[in-house]
Design a protein around this ligand. Structure first.
Ligand SMILES: Nc1ncnc2c1ncn2[C@@H]1O[C@H](COP(=O)(O)OP(=O)(O)O)[C@@H](O)[C@H]1O
Ligand SMILES: [Mg+2]
Length: 227
């Protein structure tokens, strides 16, 4: 089995960090090697880019600059952290990925989705998640949870912006039903965790089956035919 790449998406305060920790603990308990990471960030270079992106002082930032900075951090993240971990057959769980750029800079800022997707495909060498878990929560509740203590540059955008982001996530989930798993994220965190575990276990079983098929094909191919 090659590595497994899982991403978590959702508006601020939807519970991504909380559920990532629960899921990582669960999978480690089951004996899997797990790497958890987040965007923007995940590398030293990425953390510097993150500081620029989220700094509320930079009100002048052009939306295109924003797209490119996110993509630059992501390029580094994929090549330095995510791909090497997948090569070692780890389960990589990432808090936000390309879909965040599509909803925030595409649906939110109004830039063309196709452009953002192409830039990001190039930046990530076409690395797609096996599964994307969308934590779905009313915008107001997410913002209330997320900004209780501090709001970063993106979180300080108006409610209309966040509504577009929210709507954007719904669209993406409709567009990529195979990759997306939508979880209602208003309830008890433990209950949400159990739902996520069920879906992830299914994914792991499928991956194992595919791995076994390849193994059998390979051994058949390598075995000298008699007669
Ligand atoms: N299901 C939930 N119900 C109520 N509060 C939650 C739930 N999940 C997370 N929280 C709380 O909401 C806040 C934001 O959660 P967090 O996991 O940091 O969200 P995100 O990483 O998506 O921004 C935290 O204070 C967290 O403890
Ligand atoms: Mg978080």
């Amino acid at each position: 089995m090659a590595g497994v790449f899982i991403t978590l998406e959702g508006v601020e305060g939807s519970g991504k960090s909380t559920q990532m920790k629960f899921l990582a603990d669960y999978l480690r308990g089951r004996g899997y090697r797990v790497l958890i990471t987040r965007e923007p960030g995940g590398t030293q270079i990425g953390d510097k880019i993150r500081d620029i992106l989220l700094n509320p002082e930079f009100k002048e930032m052009d939306y295109r600059t924003e797209v490119l900075l996110y993509a630059a951090g992501r390029a580094q993240h994929v090549s330095q952290v995510i791909k090497p971990a997948l090569k070692l057959k780890k389960i990589v769980i990432c808090d936000r990925y390309i879909d965040s750029s599509l909803v925030y800079q595409g649906f939110g800022r109004g830039l063309t989705l196709e452009d953002i997707l192409n830039i990001n495909k190039w930046a990530t060498q076409d690395l797609e998640p096996d599964l994307t878990i969308l934590l779905y929560i009313p915008v107001e509740e997410g913002l209330r949870r997320a900004t209780e203590v501090y709001a970063d540059r993106i979180e300080r955008e108006g409610i209309e912006f966040h509504r577009k982001v929210h709507e954007g996530y719904r669209e993406l989930a409709r567009k990529f039903p195979k990759r997306y798993y939508v979880v209602e994220a208003l309830g008890d965190p433990k209950e949400i965790h159990r739902e996520i575990v069920k879906r992830v276990e299914t994914l792991l079983k499928t991956k194992k089956r595919i791995g076994l098929k390849w193994y059998l094909l390979l051994t058949r191919w390598l075995t000298p035919r008699s007669g």
